[in-house]
Design a protein around this ligand. Structure first.
Ligand SMILES: N=C(N)NCCC[C@H](NC(=O)CCC(=O)O)C(=O)O
Length: 442
């Protein structure tokens, strides 16, 4: 059956700020306590969505979560009115207030892992919400992510949204950022590659400096939940050395689309074997493997060359969507221009300024969740979340009305910010026809 890839981008939340919460993500650590601009961040994201929609790529949006998360702070013993909870957390544990206020749900590549219906035994599209167990500020995303996905993919005859795996290190799961699907048409059965950083049950090689967030045990559980054919499912370990250089998710060192894998030479442990297995299973498999001599792992991490979106154009050629940082690096840009001029599958480059998100380690690919859908499935998606001229204009007005243009850690204690956030999200649920998805609405 014919299907197409639909990209759903996370809309940046009102509390976007730089808190240094993600040890192992070097941009997050480096930019701790910088002033952020939530309004600009939201608009940068919207511009990418709109530009891709205008080029004919199907584009949806996934809304932000309620932050500060007062319930999480109460669970940690802060009490009194909402304003007192905020004041007390700001005074005694500012890092916890930051964690409870993070807008990290914008990076929806970590919202869930997705299996298209062509790959699942029951013929449904499956989503497993990621537990994001490695970081407190991200682990609290799971319940709201599940509610939002159910509000967008509500048709139970076509979509199954599984709750997150148990919240323990054994099942650390970071969603689609550690997952690639290969195949010809999106509607034909494909080959799924799950990439993990460590296997709890085995004494294998692990990074020594930074955490490996994804476990093999989690990836295997997701593959079972999605009813995948084991002969079309592969598990590969990420190279622990690159995790130690700041590659905290596989999508910082590799990106795939259809039969193409664009990755760094050092992306995977035992890379030749991983590529051989893919070559055997994926008809027409093509790799663009970037050698260290052309782009170092360190340059890949700072430019986010691989945190790009490889998108199929209607003419069968592919477009690579990159962050501005990749254009600014002469060596990386030269490499990319050579690709376009050669007979590489990459035929076009499109660059976006996503600086606000990039400073927290979130590039173009972090901001999107790919969902391959048949025409019938696409028709069953909540239509109000699909990007078009009207929604773009409405969301820009909405951002102008509610978002601040500067935010520091100290601002998180302002009860007015909580109020602004609730009012904004309440209006957003009406704009996007989501129903009551947030706890303050219950
Ligand atoms: N690669 C993908 N798919 N996603 C990027 C996620 C970035 C996110 N940054 C943060 O959570 C930083 C928040 C802060 O420090 O304020 C993370 O590390 O989980």
């Amino acid at each position: 059956m014919k299907a197409r890839e639909v990209n759903f981008d996370g809309l940046v939340g009102l509390t976007h700020h730089y808190a240094g919460l993600s040890f192992g993500n070097e941009a997050s650590t480096r930019n701790q306590h910088q002033l952020s601009n939530p309004k600009l961040a939201a608009k940068q994201g919207l511009l990418k969505m709109k530009a891709l929609a205008d080029l004919g790529f199907a584009q949806g949006i996934i809304p932000p979560h309620e932050r500060p998360n007062i319930a999480a702070l109460r669970q940690l013993g802060f009490s009194g009115s909402d304003a007192q909870v905020l004041a007390s957390a700001a005074k005694h544990a500012p890092q916890l207030l930051s964690a409870a206020s993070s807008a990290s749900a914008m990076w929806v590549a970590n919202a869930a892992t997705v299996a298209p219906s062509a790959d699942s035994a029951d013929g449904k599209v499956h989503f497993t919400v990621a537990n994001l167990n490695n970081k407190f500020h991200r682990a609290m995303e799971a319940p709201t992510t599940a509610a939002l996905l159910r509000a967008i993919f509500g048709d139970k005859a076509r979509f199954t949204v599984h709750d997150a795996l148990p919240q323990v290190a054994l099942f650390g799961d970071e969603g689609a950022a550690n997952h690639n699907r290969f195949g010809a048409d999106y509607g034909e059965p494909g080959v799924q590659l799950f990439v993990y950083g460590r296997e709890e049950a085995a004494a294998g090689r692990i990074p020594s400096r930074y955490p490996a967030r994804q476990t093999r045990e989690a990836s295997e559980a997701v593959a079972r939940l999605h009813q995948l054919d084991p002969t079309r499912t592969l598990f590969a370990q990420q190279n622990p050395h690159v995790i130690d250089q700041g590659v905290f998710h596989n999508d910082v060192i590799a990106v795939s689309n259809q039969q193409v894998l664009f990755c760094h030479q050092h992306a995977f442990l035992n890379q030749p074997e991983v590529l051989a297995a893919l070559r055997e299973k994926v008809r027409g498999f093509t790799t663009i493997e970037v050698p260290e001599a052309r782009v170092s792992v360190s340059d890949a991490v700072t430019t986010y060359l691989f945190n790009s979106q490889l998108l199929s154009r209607d003419d069968g050629k592919m477009l690579l969507v990159l962050p501005e940082e990749a254009r600014r690096h002469p060596g990386v840009w030269q490499y990319l221009c050579e690709q376009v001029e050669s007979d590489s599958p990459i035929s076009e480059l499109k660059v976006f300024d996503l600086r606000e998100s990039m400073c927290n380690g979130g590039g173009p690919a972090c901001l999107r969740l790919r969902v391959a859908l048949t025409a019938q499935e696409q028709a069953a998606v909540n239509p109000a979340v699909m990007m078009n001229d009207t929604l773009f204009a409405a969301l820009n007005r909405w951002v102008d009305r509610y978002y601040r243009d500067r935010l520091s850690q100290a601002d998180l204690a302002d009860p007015q910010l909580l109020q602004e956030g609730r009012e904004a999200l309440d209006e957003l649920t009406r704009l996007l026809n989501l129903g009551n998805v947030y706890s303050f609405q219950h």
